[in-house]
Design a protein around this ligand. Structure first.
Ligand code: GLC
Ligand code: GLC
Length: 666
């Protein structure tokens, strides 16, 4: 009962009422007494984290009391419906809460259709995922989308059905079981910010049913939309300008609907507690299918506020905290990943800081790291990386970053003006430079990418493209220039080496393990042609995959490099996510460095950003805390590094993961 003592008198009264109602239902729904005990104890443990944010958000809403009752029923129903094997997994993960933080976690991202056609096809390709050494697989949106354009599946029509082209819910359950049998956790997308306009809620809203009109943010005229627009950015200024769409037939007289993304993606109204409850029910349903990680899409946008950019509002954290607490009662084996592609200062709060520590999402994309890596590669300079990441607050020890080089989205240059100014650069000019570099417009660029969503108002240009093409492989192959091919392969390897060693769960973007290039075939598909993010969503090339064990091939070289990073990472205890990462100044502007430290040890990671050999002085390694014989974990057969000669030489784009033989201190 010790958790009860942490409650205020009000919370305790609310808890007792909630619990007593619930225990009555629980008695009927759950036969097993031990299960009932477990549920009761979890509820006691997580009640405050569930109730307090909901009360903050909704206490004044007339539907609040009814929603709280409904919430209790939903929790019990979901718990009663949870399969025995998943209940065991719940206990296992409650006992090993760091399961997702271990260095053995290595992830990959795949589109079901592009990788293997269907979910059944993915099961048949499991050997490939295991061969790569993955322990976490994010399958891109697979719930039933609207037909026609659907933003790559991010416009969901039915959350409790799988896209029929990919398979059925039964196939998803079977796949999750197969994955578990092979030590792989399954991650899928849940689009929590918006639904397709074909979703049943939206259809009923369109028909004017007041209950469902209140599920979305709609307006009879432009007065409020115009006010909001004064401070709202545009996510897709090019093919979906503005944040509101007029539906002339809506509710008789026509209404403006809040549509942050495409016109067919309707933002949900989270000021209505019924919406939060419905979405929680979806999360519990998906967790009960055996999904390990729910990727909560576009979370920063979930709460709007006049006069702001309507992103990262504090209410979003309350919404997420309440989701997490409810899930920890019903399905603690399932964790949540926040997709918040926002500025460095806003990012870390999605992992829970201060009093929310340990209460929000367990994992979140480290968008800043990704952007800063590409920036460092283009400029060959480490200073912006070192400076910007040093000023980021640490994440709670119970959470982990997702580290990645590329994903299915564009790269937006989320580099703050302040960080740029502090190293003597202009943020604006630097962002312009990066866009020019990676679109290939800059004369000496090695990259081949495309500008995504040029915004003439701000001059903002985001970038599409596969890792290999952005890192120079496409141009090098076209020129049949093998030294350039070699440099491109080194760049790919450098980027992945850095995200593998940074701490967090590294994700390999589909095909990067083979060096897949940009794919222009999307241009022939009218539902995709205007969105050049499809440039970096190629179909899996199984012919290339068949060459992966042959190191004389290019694909084989890239694959074996990746495999080597994976193996080394899995053996390196200091990469546990509970540790910390501190960027260091290496004394050579071209050499990027950070110290990874954890109770189990310390690794100093260095990467040469230049296409020429570079060195640093031994004192840098001493200062970074390395003592005794220093070895590179990536080349274990090599002799210890003789620092007597007082410098360490790195080949073009080489990276090293250094560890000292003696316990090293900060
Ligand atoms: C997320 C997805 C992106 C999509 C957007 C709208 O950011 O990653 O692909 O366009 O949400 O759902
Ligand atoms: C922006 C949004 C992100 C979205 C992406 C799509 O970065 O912040 O949520 O996925 O655009 O391109």
């Amino acid at each position: 009962m010790q958790n009860l003592f942490a409650m205020t008198t009000d919370e305790r009264a609310a808890f007792e009422e909630f619990r007593d109602d619930l225990l009555a239902v629980l008695g009927q729904a759950v036969a097993n007494e031990r299960d009932r005990d477990i549920f009761r104890l979890r509820l006691e443990r997580h009640f405050v984290d569930l109730y307090t944010p909901l009360r903050r958000l909704y206490a004044d809403h007339p539907g609040f009391a009814a929603q709280i009752r409904l919430l209790g029923e939903r929790l019990v129903q979901a718990f009663a419906g949870r399969a025995t094997d998943l209940k065991l997994l719940d206990l296992e993960r409650e006992m090993t809460p760091d399961w997702f933080q271990r260095p053995t976690m290595v992830g990959g991202i795949y589109y079901v259709d592009r990788f293997a056609g269907t979910l059944q096809g993915v099961r048949e390709r499991l050997d490939y995922l295991c061969d790569l050494g993955l322990t976490y697989v994010h399958l891109m949106p697979l719930l039933q989308p609207r037909s026609g354009p659907n933003d790559g599946g991010y416009a969901v029509q039915e959350y409790r059905a799988v896209n029929p082209e990919l398979g059925s819910v039964g196939d998803l359950v079977a796949l999750a079981q197969d994955f578990h049998g092979h030590g792989i956790s399954l991650c899928i997308d849940v689009v929590v910010n918006h639904t397709a306009r074909e979703h049943e809620w939206a259809r009923r809203a369109l028909a004017g049913e007041p209950e469902y009109l209140d599920y979305y943010l709609t307006f009879p005229n432009r007065t409020l939309p115009d006010h909001y627009e004064l401070t709202l950015p545009e996510v897709f200024p090019d093919f979906a300008p503005g944040n509101f769409t007029w539906y002339p037939a809506m509710a008789g007289a026509g209404r403006w609907v809040w549509t942050t993304f495409n016109e067919y993606q309707w933002d949900l109204n989270y000021t209505n507690p019924a919406v939060w409850g419905e979405m929680l029910d979806v999360l519990l349903y998906l967790a009960n299918l055996g999904v390990d990680v729910l990727r909560l899409d576009a979370v920063p946008f979930m709460w709007k506020r006049l006069g702001t950019n309507s992103q990262n509002q504090p209410e979003v954290l309350d919404l997420l905290q309440a989701f997490r607490a409810a899930m920890r009662v019903v399905c603690p084996a399932t964790i949540c990943k926040a997709e918040a592609i926002v500025a460095p200062a806003d990012l870390v709060q999605y992992l829970g800081v201060g009093e929310r520590s340990g209460k929000l999402c367990e994992i979140a994309y480290h968008n800043s790291l990704m952007v800063l890596l590409w920036s460092a590669l283009a400029t060959k300079k480490a200073d912006l990386f070192t400076h910007s990441l040093r000023t980021m607050p640490p994440h709670p020890a119970t959470s982990a970053w997702i580290t990645y080089v590329r994903c299915h989205d564009d790269i937006g240059w989320a580099i703050s003006d302040e960080n740029a100014e502090e190293i003597g650069e202009s943020g604006y000019l630097h962002r312009q430079f990066l866009s020019a570099w990676y679109s290939g417009a800059f004369p000496t660029s090695f990259a081949r990418g495309a500008v995504f969503q040029f915004n003439p108002l701000t001059n903002d240009r985001r970038i599409s493209g596969m890792t290999a093409s952005l890192a120079g492989l496409e141009i090098a192959l076209e020129q049949q220039n093998s030294p350039l091919v070699d440099l491109a392969v080194r760049r790919i390897s450098l980027l992945y080496s850095l995200i593998f060693a940074y701490g967090g769960i590294p994700l390999i973007y589909m095909g990067d393990e083979l060096g897949l290039l940009n794919d222009s075939s999307y241009l022939a598909d009218p539902t995709r042609a205007e969105d050049n993010r499809w440039l970096h969503r190629p179909a899996m090339d199984w012919n290339l995959a068949a060459q992966r064990h042959d190191q004389r091939t290019l694909a084989g070289r890239i694959w074996s490099g990746m495999r080597h990073l994976i193996d080394t990472r899995k053996r390196t205890a200091a990469l546990h996510s509970a540790g910390s990462t501190t960027p260091i100044d290496t004394g050579n502007l071209h050499i990027l460095g950070f110290v990874r430290s954890h109770a189990s040890g310390r690794v100093v990671v260095l990467g040469n950003l230049a296409d020429s050999p570079q060195h640093i002085g031994a004192e840098t390694l001493w200062r970074a805390g390395l003592r005794g014989e220093i070895r590179d974990l990536l080349t274990p057969a090599e002799p210890a590094i003789a620092l007597a000669h007082d410098r360490l030489l790195l080949q073009p784009y080489q990276s090293v993961w250094l560890s000292g033989s003696q316990g090293s201190q900060a």
